[in-house]
Ligand binder design. Structure first.
Ligand SMILES: [Zn+2]
Length: 270
């Protein structure tokens, strides 16, 4: 067996959490990531027959039976993951309709996956339904997106349009827009179900007064989506108190659609 810490998916995960921490998106134990692994990716790094322990998930996700995930641990500090990956990360394989997770590596010291595991797994199921290539669900607390949920209406069309107007590339990067949940109690199956429902129509779901969820085929895609939305929110927060005398018009956004071959979410542009 090769040391799993040398696996490409592991080094990419560790680099990603480091950059997220450096961006200020993951204070203390804030934020969590789940990365679905193909069995081929884990071959040579993990013995699929060697189960360290089994952890009940508290929910059902039958579509994910047999799937492997690299998941950040509950209470783990992104700041410290590079120094203590085996304590802060784990590889689990779901079984029994997703109600049990076999731990194959990690969570040394007796930990387990993030308390947002329900939102992650339900979001994976939802995204796989619309994009069979989806592999990543990422959650964090970017300051400007969070700030925006205090001062901007939470209507999804309005929220999306405001972000699109803040940077030219936004409508190209996330033409599916952002969906928005009102404040809800985190760590529950209820917020998991609500997030998954929103994930059916957008790869970005804002949790009001809390943070954001991003999904994608790769860590780069999920990270890039959040990074771009957060940049737009930053421009909004820098300008919201000032008279706005210029903007990106819907006509200009239609030009962007044509130039870059994307289609903005139905009904979101005039
Ligand atoms: Zn959070």
């Amino acid at each position: 067996m090769t040391d799993i810490l040398n696996a490409p998916f592991m080094t990419e995960m560790i680099r990603t959490v480091s950059v997220m921490y450096d961006h200020g998106w993951d204070e203390r134990n804030g934020g969590n990531i789940s990365l679905m692994l193909d069995e081929g990716e884990t071959a040579g790094y993990l013995d699929p027959g060697s189960v360290l322990r089994t952890i009940p998930t508290g929910f059902a996700a039958p579509e994910l039976d047999g799937k492997y995930f690299l998941v950040t641990g509950t209470g783990s500090y992104f700041r410290k993951i590079p120094y203590a990956p085996e304590a802060s990360l784990g590889v689990v394989r779901l079984r029994d309709r997703g109600e049990q997770a076999d731990l194959l590596w990690g969570y040394a010291g007796g930990g387990q996956f993030t308390s947002e595991f329900p939102a992650h797994m339900m979001s994976h199921t939802a995204r796989l339904g619309v994009d069979p290539g989806n592999r990543v669900v990422m959650h964090c607390h970017p300051a400007n997106l969070l700030a925006m949920t205090y001062v901007h209406p939470l209507d999804e069309r309005e929220f999306t349009r405001t972000l699109w107007q803040m940077c030219t590339e936004c409508v190209v990067v996330f033409p599916d827009g952002v969906n928005v949940l009102p404040w809800m109690l985190c760590g529950t199956n209820e917020i998991g179900l609500a997030t998954a429902e929103k994930m059916k129509t957008s790869r970005l779901v804002v949790w009001s007064q809390h943070g954001i969820y991003g999904a994608g085929k790769t860590l780069d895609e999920a990270f890039g989506l959040i990074e771009t939305a957060e940049k737009a929110a930053e421009i909004y927060m820098k300008t919201a108190h000032l008279p706005r005398i210029n903007t990106i018009t819907d006509e200009q956004m239609h030009l962007l659609e044509q130039r870059f071959g994307v289609k903005a979410r139905e009904g979101y542009l005039d």
